[in-house]
Design a protein around this ligand. Structure first.
Ligand code: MN
Length: 249
């Protein structure tokens, strides 16, 4: 998927940069430390979760229709999507109608991770592990923690992976965080609230009172950066052209 010369080529190709100049791909991440992971909940054509791992300067991404589980017995289908720029990490807001991946997005979980992928006892960098079809990580997020494995089970146009919780001390068959903890970890909002607030904001803009100096408008994210309503998603796998009834999406 990712081209070696320009790993974000697929992403750039799908963005309308004239309409939405920010964030353009390629800005380097500041600071050091552990790589980050994020899970966006995205209510596009179909509700799903975008699982993203920071690696080699991009966010390696999979769309997980049912979201991550904390039960090692659950095997969650994960479809790889285009690498996303690091700037997309804390994106929360509504992708407008007509844009790729239209619909509300929240940061459902975020944190850091440790790469635990090994081959013959030697560590394998995540970007190489993705190419090889197996990635093992230890997540340290707000909702998700412990070992997770991503394993490719089908190649080609219908490339499919499984996201599975490892059976470790962080495993918990009863938690079901997708249901019990639906809110954003940066704003506390649900994806429905983000959608409703953006709609209210649209109404206000229609009345000509948007952009007030109060800063308390519906687009001001709570505890996080402001929600953005005019930024398209990219690399979205569930657009109608790609919807595949055979996968039950
Ligand atoms: Mn998505």
């Amino acid at each position: 998927m990712a081209n070696k010369q320009d790993p974000l080529g697929a992403y750039r190709g799908k963005r309308d940069l004239t309409r939405t100049p920010k964030p353009s791909a390629g800005r380097k991440r500041r600071g050091r430390g552990r790589p980050r992971f994020v899970v966006h909940q995205h209510d596009a054509t179909t509700l799903h979760y975008d699982f993203r791992l920071e690696a080699a300067g991009v966010l390696k991404s999979w769309a997980v229709p049912k979201g991550p589980s904390t039960n090692p017995r659950d095997k969650r289908l994960a479809m790889p999507t285009e690498d996303h720029p690091l700037d997309y990490f804390d994106f929360e807001g509504v992708i407008p109608e007509g844009q790729y991946g239209a619909g509300p997005v929240i940061v459902w979980d975020a944190g850091t991770y440790r790469n635990r992928t090994e081959q013959s006892g030697k560590p394998v960098p995540v970007e190489r592990a993705v190419e090889a079809g197996h990635v093992a990580v230890w997540l340290e997020g707000r909702k998700l923690s412990g070992g997770y494995a991503l394993t490719r089970i089908g190649k080609g146009k219908r490339e499919r992976w499984l996201l599975v919780k490892m059976d470790d001390e962080e495993a918990d068959a009863r938690r079901k965080p997708v249901k019990s903890q639906p809110e954003s970890v940066i704003s506390g909002r649900t994806v429905e609230e983000v959608a409703a607030e953006a709609e209210a904001g649209e109404g206000r803009r229609d009345e000509g009172s948007a952009g007030g100096a109060s800063g308390a408008g519906p687009r001001a994210g709570r505890g996080g950066r402001a929600a953005v309503v005019d930024r398209p998603d990219a690399g979205h796998p569930l657009r109608p052209a790609v919807l595949r009834p055979g996968l039950g999406l």
